[in-house]
Design a protein around this ligand. Structure first.
Ligand SMILES: [Zn+2]
Length: 542
C-alpha cells in the first residue's frame, strides 16, 4: 500500500477473511451476498463452502451425545467446549494416519485444525499431548462451520439464547451418534484414552482406521446410511438438497472418463461441455434444476465482468495518485479514450474482431458479439464466449484494455444471451435491489443499443453503475470502513488497495466431496468416478 500523509489515513487493513474467500475476489460490490448466500443457499442448502466433509455430522453428534450421557445436571456450554476440543484435536490428527482404501491419495484437505495438525501428525511423535492452539473457536470446527448444518439437518435442537450454545441431539441426531459409536467403540482410543490429555501415536493410528472422514464412502460403515438419510431427507430444505446432489450425480454419471473440478463443473453447467472434451446434457427430469444452476453460473460470469470494471476504476485511481488527492471522473474518461484499444484485445481473443472502436455504435458491438456467442446453442462458444473472457480477466496480466473491454464484453454477453432465454425464472431477479440482476443488465444492454450511444458511452455508464454499487455497499457496512474509493471535492479519493477479479462463490469441492463421501459415486477428482448402486438408485428416483 502506498504511503499516505498522517491524518488522512482512514483505511482499514484488508481483511484476511476476504482474501481467503474461495474465488479470490473481495466482496466490495456485494456480489457474494447475491450469489452465495442467495442463489447457492437455494441450490445447495446445508452444503456450504467450508463444510466439506459430511461425516463431521456423525462425529460431532457422537461427541454431543457422549457429553450429555455424562450427566445432564452438570451440562453447560463451557463444559461442552472443554469436552469437545481435545477430542476434536485427536480426531484431527487421526485423519492423517488413515490407511484405508477409501482414503484419497495425497494430503487430505479440509480437516478441521489441519493447518497445525497435519504438520504435527507428519512428525510421527510417539506420544501426542493435547495442544490447545490447534484451532481458535471455543467449539472448534463445530462452532465455526458445522453446527449450522446440524441445525439444518434436524440433528440438534439449539437453545434460543446464550452466546455459547449448548445443543441437544434430536432423535435423528442420537441415532446418527449411535451409528458412529458403533464404528469406533472397539478402539483402544475410545476404550482407554477418550478422556486422556496424552495419547500414544499407535492408539491414534488404530482409531484413524475407523474414525477417518473418508470412511463413509464405504456403505459398510455403520453411520453411512443414517448420514445419507439425513442429507437426503432431513430438514426444511431436504427437497432442494436432494435436487442439488442429484444434479451433481447426473454430471458425474455422464463424465466418467474425465476428472472433474470447479472449472469443469462450471463449464458443464453453463455450456454442456468443457474445453477438454467432457460433455453433459441434463436428464429431462433435472432440466429445470440444471437451468437454475446455469443462471447461477451466468451471475458468476457477470460478477467477473463487474469486478473487472471495479478493478479498472481502482487501478486507474491508485496509479494516478488518487490516494493523496481527489481525481475528477473526467480524467478517467480521458484515460479510457487513450488506453483502450480493440486492436489490442483482438490479439488476446484471436481472429474475428471487427472494426470497432470506442466511438463506434454500441449496437454494432452487441450485434457482432451475438454472432460470436452461439446464443441458444448448447455448444461452447468461440473465443468471445463468457468462458474465454473470464479466463482472460482472471488469469492474464492486467491492462486498461483488458479490464475495460473484456469486462464490458462479459457484462454485455450476459445481458445479450439471457435476453433470449425464458426470463420467468426468479433467479433472473437476484441482485435487483442493487440494479445488477440479470434481467436489469439485459434491459440495459437493450436500451443502450436503442439509444444509439457509443461503445465509450456504454463503458462510462457501466463504470458509473459500478461506482454507485460500491459506494452503496460500503455505506451499508459502516461503521466498518469498506470504501476502496469515495467522493471528495467533486472527484474520488482512493485507498490504495489491490482489487481481485474472480468468481464469487463455489461449493464445488463441498458438493463433490459430499457425493463421494456419502457413497454415491467414486472420487470425482479421478477420471474414473462411476456412480455406486446407491448413487444410481438415488439418481433414478429423481
Ligand atoms: Zn481415511
Amino acid at each position: 500500500m502506498p504511503e499516505v500523509a498522517p491524518g488522512i489515513q482512514r483505511w482499514a487493513a484488508p481483511q484476511a477473511s476476504n482474501a481467503a474467500r474461495p474465488g479470490g475476489g473481495q466482496d466490495h460490490l456485494g456480489l457474494n451476498g447475491i450469489d452465495a448466500s442467495g442463489l447457492l443457499a437455494q441450490l445447495l442448502p446445508n452444503i456450504n463452502v467450508l463444510t466439506v466433509h459430511p461425516r463431521y455430522q456423525s462425529f460431532y453428534l457422537f461427541l454431543l451425545d457422549e457429553y450429555w450421557r455424562r450427566g445432564e445436571h452438570r451440562a453447560s456450554a463451557k463444559g461442552f467446549s472443554q469436552f469437545l476440543r481435545p477430542r476434536e484435536y485427536f480426531h484431527s490428527l487421526a485423519n492423517f494416519y488413515c490407511q484405508q482404501p477409501t482414503h484419497p491419495v495425497g494430503d487430505y484437505g479440509s480437516v478441521i485444525g489441519s493447518r497445525r495438525t497435519s504438520g504435527w501428525a507428519k512428525r510421527r511423535d510417539p506420544i501426542y499431548p493435547f495442544r490447545e492452539n490447534y484451532i481458535g473457536n471455543a467449539l472448534g470446527g463445530y462452532g465455526y462451520y458445522y453446527r449450522s448444518v446440524a441445525l439444518g439437518l434436524d440433528l440438534i435442537a439449539g437453545p434460543k439464547f446464550g452466546s455459547l450454545p449448548l445443543d441437544k441431539p434430536t432423535k435423528r441426531g442420537a441415532e446418527l451418534a449411535e451409528a458412529f459409536r458403533e464404528a469406533v467403540h472397539d478402539t483402544e482410543y475410545i476404550r482407554k484414552y477418550f478422556d486422556a490429555d496424552e495419547v500414544p501415536r499407535e492408539v491414534i493410528e488404530e482409531y484413524a482406521q475407523v474414525s477417518c472422514l473418508c470412511r463413509t464412502s464405504d456403505p459398510a460403515t455403520p453411520d453411512q446410511r443414517p448420514l445419507l438419510d439425513a442429507f437426503t431427507t432431513a430438514g426444511l430444505a431436504a427437497n432442494a438438497r436432494r435436487a442439488g446432489l442429484r444434479t451433481f450425480l447426473d454430471i458425474a454419471d455422464q463424465t466418467d472418463g474425465h476428472s472433474l473440478d470447479d472449472e469443469r463443473f462450471r463449464q458443464l453447467i453453463y455450456f454442456g461441455r468443457t474445453d477438454d472434451g467432457a460433455t453433459y446434457r441434463a436428464t429431462p427430469k433435472l432440466a429445470k434444476e440444471v437451468a437454475r444452476w446455469r443462471v447461477w453460473q451466468a451471475r458468476e460470469y457477470l460478477s467477473v465482468g463487474l469486478s473487472a470494471i471495479f478493478a479498472l476504476i481502482n487501478d486507474w485511481g491508485v496509479a494516478q495518485g488518487g490516494v493523496v488527492r481527489a481525481l475528477p471522473l473526467a480524467a478517467l474518461w480521458d484515460h479510457l479514450r487513450i488506453h483502450t484499444s480493440f486492436g489490442e484485445l483482438s490479439r488476446d481473443l484471436g481472429p474475428g474482431h471487427p472494426a470497432i472502436e470506442l466511438d463506434s455504435a454500441f449496437a454494432t458491438l452487441v450485434d457482432w458479439q451475438a454472432k460470436h456467442l452461439n446464443l441458444g446453442s448448447p455448444d461452447l462458444p468461440d473465443s468471445l464466449g463468457e468462458h474465454r473472457l473470464a479466463q482472460l480477466l482472471r488469469f492474464e496480466p492486467r491492462s486498461t484494455t483488458r479490464l475495460a473491454l473484456a469486462g464490458l464484453l462479459l457484462v454485455t454477453a450476459i445481458g445479450r444471451r439471457w435476453r433470449e432465454a425464458d426470463a420467468g425464472e426468479e433467479f433472473f431477479d437476484a441482485g435487483g435491489g442493487d440494479d445488477i440482476s440479470i434481467r436489469q443488465i439485459g434491459k440495459w444492454v437493450q436500451s443502450a443499443s436503442e439509444r444509439r450511444i457509443t461503445v465509450g458511452d456504454a463503458l462510462r455508464e457501466l463504470c458509473e453503475r459500478v461506482i454507485r454499487l460500491h459506494l452503496n455497499v460500503a455505506l451499508s457496512k459502516l461503521p466498518e470502513d469498506r470504501f476502496r474509493f469515495f467522493r471528495e471535492l467533486g472527484g474520488f479519493r482512493f485507498g490504495g488497495f489491490d482489487i481481485g477479479v474472480g468468481f464469487v462463490s463455489s461449493r464445488y469441492l463441498a458438493l463433490a466431496t459430499h457425493a463421494h463421501e456419502l457413497a454415491l459415486c467414486g472420487d470425482p477428482s479421478l477420471p474414473i468416478h462411476p456412480l455406486t448402486n446407491l448413487g444410481l438408485q438415488f439418481l433414478k428416483e429423481a
